[in-house]
Design a protein around this ligand. Structure first.
Ligand code: CA
Length: 229
């Protein structure tokens, strides 16, 4: 089954070029010109990867990525005219998987798309994705996570926190960052809220596999997921 790529880009000429090169590589391509349209499309379809322009008419691509990350770990490649290091770091920190500065070569973009997809092998034709060397299996659509084959009974917030950590093993997320990515109104919650949820997630993981704690605490900084298994 062909991977479906969602291209979110408001400039038709660029969107055309991207669509053309990705189709010629055998991908199925859906083009959206606005963030709103992209969110609607993402809801309906089994999208394998998003190519996301940072500057859109209705919202900033980084904001859109943050919103998508609340419910989905779908790989995201940012497209932007801005090449500053700050933007690159921001893009990856909020959950992007790669970053291609404009102007770019269409072939180069296609190669990046393929490289990112290789890191996210799709299990059969379901929406579940699994890292090659990870004991976690995430089904974004059903908001379910399996750990060593056992389904975890997670609350909505627990799911979101764990999904974010699984998405980028080894990456340290501060409490503030997790708060911002997971809660709709972060200002109404306290730092302790994240700690409390991490504690309950750990207990649930421990029940499946006592003796392993895949969530690492970085004192005064935050949390990350164990990188190698
Ligand atoms: Ca644009």
């Amino acid at each position: 089954m062909a991977h479906k790529i969602l291209v979110v880009e408001d400039e038709p000429a660029i969107a055309d070029t991207i669509t053309y090169v990705l189709r010629s590589e055998g991908f199925e391509v859906t083009w959206c010109a606005t963030g709103e349209e992209a969110l609607r499309t993402l809801d309906e379809n089994g999208v394998s990867l998003i190519v996301l322009d940072v500057s859109l008419p209705d919202r900033n691509g980084f904001e859109l990525c943050k919103q998508i990350r609340k419910t989905s770990g779908v790989p995201i490649i940012f497209l932007t005219a801005r090449t500053s290091e700050v933007d690159r770091v921001v893009g990856l920190e909020i959950g992007g998987d790669d970053y291609v500065p404009k102007p770019f070569s269409p072939r180069e973009l296609a190669a990046r798309v393929k490289a990112v997809l290789r890191r996210f092998p799709t299990v059969e034709d379901s929406s579940a994705t699994k890292r090659v060397d990870s004991p976690f299996l995430v089904d974004k659509q059903k908001m379910k996570i399996w750990y060593f084959g056992a389904p975890l009974d997670l609350s909505r917030y627990e799911f979101r926190i764990l999904e974010i950590l699984i998405h980028r093993p080894g990456w340290v997320y501060s409490r503030e960052k997790l708060m911002e990515m997971v809660w709709e109104a972060p200002e109404t919650s306290m730092d302790r809220t994240v700690d409390t949820h991490i504690k309950t997630i750990r207990a649930k993981l421990h029940k499946v596999k006592p003796g392993i704690d895949p969530i690492q605490t970085h004192r005064g900084v935050g949390y990350s997921l164990k990188e190698s298994w």
